[in-house]
Design a protein around this ligand. Sequence first.
Ligand SMILES: [Zn+2]
Length: 176
Amino acid sequence: MATKEGLKIHEVVKYPDPVLARPGESVMVFDGALKTLIAEMFESMYVAQGIGLAAPQISISKRITVIDTSFKKNPKDKLVLINPEVIDKRGKQVEEEGCLSLPDIREKVQRAAWVKVKAQNEHGKWFEVEGEELLARALLHEIDHLDGVLFIDRISRLKRELVLRRIRKLQKNGEW
Ligand SMILES: [Zn+2]
């Protein structure tokens, strides 16, 4: 599948694809291919109806993520984070979270209420971004992906067991 501009729409892989559990490699080369990949990541995220997408979710084990918390409504919300690192966080929030790699699974996850992240942009330039509420959650969720961590790794063992049982049942019925 491709957009009319010729951008590839990548398939989002689902848990338990091993690429989701592998830490991504740092990006060292900031070239045209990277810019194309970022454009494709935004398009693939929009097709999948998500507000965040990390490269491992499209089987590319690199430290790249895109976020758009307003889903195309406000161009200023479009964020590209390459080699991101959380440099500060404060407070806590507990809200329901979902993931394109875990369709229809939603669980309450505790996250910091505010975070500061440093990352490189598509030209390799370092910048900082601060976020609270939904943006803080999206930043932490996506950076987790780059470390091979899913939101179901951040819920209680009991809840996780229930989620995994539900997934196994869906797999058995060919619905996952
Ligand atoms: Zn996710």
